[in-house]
Design a protein around this ligand. Sequence first.
Ligand SMILES: [Zn+2]
Ligand SMILES: [Zn+2]
Length: 367
Amino acid sequence: PGAAAVLDAFSTLSDITSVKERSASTAVGATRSGTSCHVIVTPPSNWGAALVATTGSRAHLSRLLALPEAAGWRIEAELIIGESDRPLAAPTEAAFYGLLGLPELPPVLREDRGEIEAAQAGTPPELISATDILGDLHVHSKWSDGRHSIDAMARAGREHGLSYLVIADHSQSSVIAGGLSVGELAAQREEIAAVNDRLDGFHILAGIELDIKPDGSLDYDDAVLATFDFVTASVHSGFGQSEERVTQRVLSAMRSPHVDAIGHPTGRLLSRREPLALDMDAVIEAAANTGTALEINANPDRLDLNDEFARQAIEAGVQLAINTDAHAVEHLAFLEYGIATAQRGWVRPRDVLNARPVEALLAAGRD
Ligand SMILES: [Zn+2]
Ligand SMILES: [Zn+2]
């Protein structure tokens, strides 16, 4: 069928409530959910070029079109037009980059943040992928505000291809989130041991999501902190503090030898809460100096660290942890959002603590 027939069919789809714009080869429709949906009709020989044109940032595309290999190419009606004045013949994205003498750059990298130079030098970043992740260092259970038992979380973790989970329920000051008293911690350890006995080839580690209190002190004393396999310290209060105070607060948590990672470091909630007024340069420098990991929290409301801070952190030699912060078994699927954020930040497997087997993770612990 010709483009008109394809666009006519698009306009009659049950999810499309109206077509807002239409040209000979494109249409923009409104969907029932309120998102707009953009259709571009182009021959199969051009699909790769069309995909790059629609997934690359403006900056990435202009840099590519300025390469000598792209002489005579231009962007017109959202398509890349070649020297022959027809849509460029590049049926796949790899074929498109191949015409420019480059290896294929995945959509997450199409930002003009150095990826074109790296590709030209033959050293495109070696990106982390979901299959590199062996465990999750930050999940909750019914012991605090999670919806499922430790056993259910472990079984779900195994179904997701993981080999270990750190149960990181809330600490005692997080009263609303069901934070654990020292007595409850002891009872929880018994359950963790029982679940570990039942599971073959899967490890539950005893962790905590430790409140960093408004004055920078930690929510248990050192003797209790020393008993955890892995400690993620997080800010859950005092979001209005000044840059000076909130930065000192996080730095003082990192100086504790018991703190292995900082959870959702900036505290942002997308569209709902601005990030803390943290001096991220100072936080990243202290993370490097103390050997504290920084989290990429994969919850789609957080994505915290974001891609730019993640890249700054790995360039400073900081280890990252890509965690789902799951409060129910289905949240383990959030990992893909954390991976996409990490990839946008050029994060490699070697930069990620939970891409290591459990023995190496424990050996890397700070205490
Ligand atoms: Zn938290
Ligand atoms: Zn959490």
